[in-house]
Design a protein around this ligand. Structure first.
Ligand code: GAL
Length: 748
């Protein structure tokens, strides 16, 4: 039987690698995994600081239970070009920074202390995807995912593949393939027990089969009473496989679900029903610590996409992301488009060979996730390359016949080897109509892009992003335009049945190279900032959900007399799923506005726009007159269901301290996000307040990043991480003008 132990403690980190580390333990810094080799500043950082070799060492003390077992270290990922030695012998080399790899230690361990040494190289080695050109994101060095010690018998289960069929009927089918690991090539015979279980392990159906070679399969058919995996009810099942052979026993389980996902020339269908994809792109990065965030933070991003942004799909731009993120997508019903590492540049033969291997590793790791509906098998936005992409497509088709293949491109008329024409359409704001001041064309018609004489499955995989970078603390008119551009694209996607949907660029702001972004090493392209705090544009997405799920009412305004040009307060866009909205200013009679279906005929929930059609500027209090409080009220079926008050006299009133989780896990590097908001009397963030937050964290957690943080756009944020100790965590934030707030958390 296998055992799997997380090896997150006991590592020594070396800021420079030297060959002596291969054979002798040397003094360094004690670290836990996941680990970021060089913590960064949040702005104006020098991204070259991690582009070098680093070393990790760990003593693996012999345990009696190692005797006679297969033993390996399983790395979930390391950035990048990792080489692993044990007791001076090289046992693994893995170039890719995003996929797992294994280092076999069997037969190389002494009955005493054993030295494990890992070299990683953060330099942008042009031999390794995504490197070789410029890339618009950072690839932070480090062993930034978990490492496991795995013990098995001589023969074990290497991987499981679960393929469903007849999903929409009440006679569902499942084929389970088990792939055996047999490193010493022993002859063996035995059996596998294959159990289809509820997710908590209750057996619903089972079969047994003989096992002797490299793989085995069983097929279940006519399964009645099983539920579909759907976005609003993401039913998961567990496939548990136990092998008993002459060369040992093993057990491995995987979760899976029953669903169909089809991209057609008439749009996307989930479980046979049309579904317009409304998604956002996600990088896996965080301020200061880069990629090195564990389970909870990864899961949280999926929750934010689903529950706060009300998206139905995430694209893992531009690489395979943490399985904690993907597992969470399975659990909450969030679709995923996953893709191989790369950004515009295609390297030489060895580079391409590695990229084809990345397709294999990505699919073999993730083929059982029901959330994943498509594999991206082109280098994001690269040129056509028939020979190379024939190989990546062939690899994907061979490994997984069930999912649509995409390949993200930005050039028109590019060759379609895939099932879906997945296009980054950044036309909004670039087209001649826009420049000439005419009504814009937010997305082009698919055939104008594909150059084909017929429609094909078509999905917009990026839009808006760098065409309109917007900081969360930018001026109101810019925020409103940012909102408008996202709405226009969504409206166009909803209005064209050929377009399966649109995935915006992007979920949140991210650190990047000097060649991109606002010079501060941040691409302010998110609908949220780097702390995942929403910009107004976030509500353009959220407001598309049904009010039965959540009533959304978000006026895109700082409500100030003189913030916009000419001191115009109007127009004010209200992002909402209400039937209509009333705006009441001071004692004036309320003004009512309906959703602007003329401008946004296709959106599930067009925004309400207050402009001179409904409101006379003099009724607001013209320039030079008294500026008043106001209240926006949203109505559904004639009833007031939500309201937002705005102050005509905003003053710093409340320091809001909000933490995502109050109970953390001490047994792993567990982190939670803290948001600090400076609010006025009405509870709105003060967009232009100058103040500093001083953070204190004591007890069983530590602060990630600096202690003093500037409030920007009324908000700042940080993460705290458990230290390994069990106990209370005291958190306090202090400002000059708003005093101190405290919270207690606990690490258990
Ligand atoms: C795309 C690219 C993304 C990001 C985006 C910015 O071209 O695929 O990674 O750079 O532009 O809008």
């Amino acid at each position: 039987m296998r055992s799997l132990t997380r090896l997150d403690t006991g590592w020594t980190f070396h800021t420079a690698f030297s060959p002596e580390l291969i054979t002798a333990i040397a003094p360094g810094t004690a670290v836990r995994l996941p680990h970021n080799a060089v913590d960064l500043e949040m702005t104006y950082l020098d991204e070259r600081c991690y582009q070098q070799e680093f070393g990790y060492q760990r003593i693996l003390a012999w345990q009696p239970e190692y005797a006679g077992r297969e033993i390996s270290l399983e790395f979930d990922a390391a950035m990048a070009n990792a080489v692993v030695w044990v007791n001076g012998r090289q046992v693994a080399a893995h170039k890719d920074g995003y996929t797992p790899f294994s280092a076999r230690l069997t037969g190389l361990l002494n009955e005493g202390d054993n030295l494990v040494t890992v070299k990683i190289d953060g330099s942008e080695n042009p031999e390794i995807p995504p490197f070789g050109g410029q890339i618009d994101y950072l690839t932070y060095a480090g062993i930034y995912r978990d490492v496991w010690l795995k013990l098995t018998d001589a023969v074990s289960i290497a991987n499981l593949k679960v393929e469903t069929s007849s999903e929409l009927s009440d006679a569902k089918g499942v084929r389970v393939t088990g792939f055996m690991a047999n490193p010493t090539q022993v002859a063996f015979t035995g059996n596998a027990l294959v159990e289809l279980c509820t997710v908590d392990g209750k057996v619903l159906h089972y079969q047994t089969t003989a096992v002797s070679g490299t793989s085995f399969s069983v097929v279940f058919d006519k399964l009645a009473g099983l539920k579909l995996w759907a976005l609003d009810a993401p039913q998961l099942y567990l496939m548990r496989v136990s092998t008993t052979t002459s060369a040992g026993t093993d057990q491995l389980s995987t979760r899976f679900g029953f669903r169909t996902a089809a991209f057609t020339a008439e749009g996307f269908f989930l479980n046979g029903q049309p579904l317009k994809i409304r998604g956002l792109n996600r990088h896996q990065s965080y301020p200061y610590v880069g990629y090195a965030m564990g389970r909870r933070a990864q899961q949280k991003d999926a929750d934010i996409l689903k529950h706060e942004l009300k998206c139905n799909l995430a694209r893992t731009s531009h690489y395979p992301q943490s399985t904690y993120f993907l597992d969470r997508c399975d659990e909450i019903g969030l679709l995923v488009l996953e893709e191989i590492p790369g950004w515009q540049h295609i390297g030489g033969q060895a580079w391409q060979d590695e990229s084809v291997e990345n397709v294999r590793r990505m699919i073999e790791r993730d083929w059982n996730h029901p959330a994943i509906v498509s594999w991206g098998v082109r280098i994001n936005e690269s040129a056509d390359n028939h020979a190379f992409y024939s190989r990546t497509n062939a690899m994907a088709r061979e490994l997984d016949g069930s999912r649509a293949i995409g390949g993200i491109r930005c050039i028109d008329n590019s060759e379609l080897l895939e099932d879906v024409y997945t296009m980054n359409d950044f036309f909004n704001g670039a087209g001649p109509e826009w420049l000439a001041g005419r009504e814009p064309v937010p997305l082009r018609a698919p055939r104008a892009v594909t150059g084909l004489d017929h429609e094909v499955p078509y999905l917009v995989t990026e839009h808006t992003g760098h065409m309109y970078p917007t900081k969360r603390f930018d001026a109101e008119h810019r925020q409103a335009e940012h909102v408008t551009r996202h709405l226009q694209v969504l409206n166009t996607a909803y209005g064209n049945p050929v377009i399966s949907g649109a995935i915006g660029w992007c979920m949140f702001d991210y650190n990047t190279h000097k060649d991109f972004g606002a010079g501060d090493r941040i691409c302010h392209h998110g609908v949220m900032d780097i702390f995942r705090e929403p910009k107004f544009a976030a509500h353009a997405y959220a407001s598309q959900c049904s009010p039965d799920e959540q009533v959304v009412l978000e006026p895109v305004t700082y409500w100030a007399r003189g913030e916009k040009d000419r001191c115009d307060v109007l127009p004010i866009i209200v992002l909402t799923n209400c039937d209509y909205v009333e705006l009441k200013v001071g004692d004036f009679a309320p003004k009512r506005a309906e959703p602007d279906r003329a401008r946004y005929p296709h959106l599930p929930h067009a925004p309400v726009i207050f402009d001179s059609r409904q409101v006379n500027m003099n009724d607001l209090g013209a320039w030079g007159m008294l500026w008043r409080d106001a209240i926006f009220t949203g109505y559904i079926d004639g009833k007031a269901v939500a309201s937002v008050a705005v102050s005509g006299n905003p003053l710093p009133t409340t320091l809001q301290l909000q933490v995502d989780d109050t109970v953390l896990r001490s047994g792993e590097k567990d982190s939670t996000r803290v948001i600090v908001r400076a609010l006025d009397q009405a509870g709105r963030p003060l967009p232009f307040l100058d103040d500093i937050v001083t953070v204190d964290v004591s007890g069983a957690a530590q602060l990630l990043g600096p202690r003093m943080l500037p409030i920007k756009g009324g908000v700042t944020g940080f993460w705290v991480e458990t230290t390994g100790a069990v106990g209370d965590i005291a958190l306090s934030v202090s400002t000059t003008r708003l005093g101190t707030q405290r919270l207690s958390l606990r690490a258990e």
